[in-house]
Design a protein around this ligand. Structure first.
Ligand code: SF4
Length: 176
């Protein structure tokens, strides 16, 4: 239940323990559910569910093509959800105009901030890249405090994020 004056922070739903992953599982983070739940109100988001892929669903992966990075079906490359994930992020960015931060699941082709595997068209990993949804959120809300689940386990980085969230003033919000 939301309490007044607590920061509102978006979070990848699977980190809250919601069974929204492609295989029907979750990636519950004790840091999110136990530690940070005492100071933040959550705005859970699963972009792959939001664009209608359902649970369970075929896994997707990032593939570098001639015109840029795409999110394609890992088993069916004709499934291209790049534009759907970008549109989802653009719509959500409007709803997040009054949010104070965002915690992303690491390594996801949708939610990863920096570290999703990037494949070439032959199916080999050639590097890492941000997930399509997370990259679009960053472009739409460049000042919003962001962190991923791996960095959140670092006490120094976690405390820095908490302080950023507490002092961040969303655009248009009047100082109280
Ligand atoms: S990483 Fe993102 S897209 Fe994948 S299950 Fe979690 S919230 Fe959904």
């Amino acid at each position: 239940m939301e309490q007044p004056n607590r920061p509102r922070v978006a979070v990848s739903s699977c980190l809250l323990g919601e069974p929204v992953r492609y295989d029907g599982g979750h990636k519950r983070s004790d840091c999110v559910t136990d530690l940070l739940s005492t100071c933040f109100d959550w705005f859970p988001v699963c972009p792959e569910v939001a664009i209608g892929l359902g649970v369970p669903r075929p896994p997707i992966q990032l593939v570098k093509l001639h015109d840029g990075v795409h999110a394609l079906g890992a088993d069916n490359p004709s499934l291209d959800v790049t534009a759907a994930l970008q549109a989802c992020a653009q719509q959500l960015a409007v709803q997040l105009a009054d949010a104070n931060g965002y915690i992303f699941k690491s390594r996801s082709p949708s939610c990863g901030l920096t570290d999703a595997d990037l494949f070439n068209s032959e199916g080999y990993v050639t590097g890492q890249a941000p997930g399509i949804f997370a990259a679009t959120i960053q472009a739409c809300l460049p000042d919003l405090p962001l962190i991923d689940e791996i960095l959140l386990d670092d006490p120094v980085a976690r405390e820095a994020f908490i302080q950023q969230v507490k002092v961040y003033r969303p655009a248009g919000e009047e100082l109280k």
